[in-house]
Design a protein around this ligand. Sequence first.
Ligand SMILES: [Zn+2]
Length: 187
Amino acid sequence: MKQTELKKIELAVQTILETVGEDIKRPGLKETPARVARMYAEIFASVKQTEFTDYKMFKTDSENDLVIVKEIPFYSMCEHHLLPFWGTVSVGYVPKAGQIIGLSKIARLVDYVAKRPSVQERLTSQIVTELDKILRPGGIAVEVKARHMCMEMRGIQKTGSETVTAAFSGGLKNAVAKSEFQQRLAL
Ligand SMILES: [Zn+2]
């Protein structure tokens, strides 16, 4: 992010703090606007990135086997309140033509999708869409479990409760495949 853009965020944060009645000159807050600006540049890094290209494919002999990657941690920001929602992403896919993707690259993809203001449902379906583009597999299943600060901090929902979302594509859309995916996740 450019210096001028960081400065803009800094001024906006200053305005918010002043408006809620804070003394922005007190020592604890002096560096806060600049710090928040740098943090936003980091946690919203994907907004200006138009494509996910950071991946490599590998060959495997086993075809039609369900590949499962369990509980990749993620951190994102709810677009309605700009508060964190965070949890884990589990992915299942059926490789086609022996093509698989490196595990660390799936984690990168999750990061790419998460580093923007979002909602859990869209985050879930975007992971399916991106993996579909990269892998062109027989099918994809994604399950996301997350806690939402905007619900917990504001006392709408009980602390610690998780929201679960799932999205499927291709051959993993049918009920049998879905339940195999769920069973494998539970192992
Ligand atoms: Zn929210």
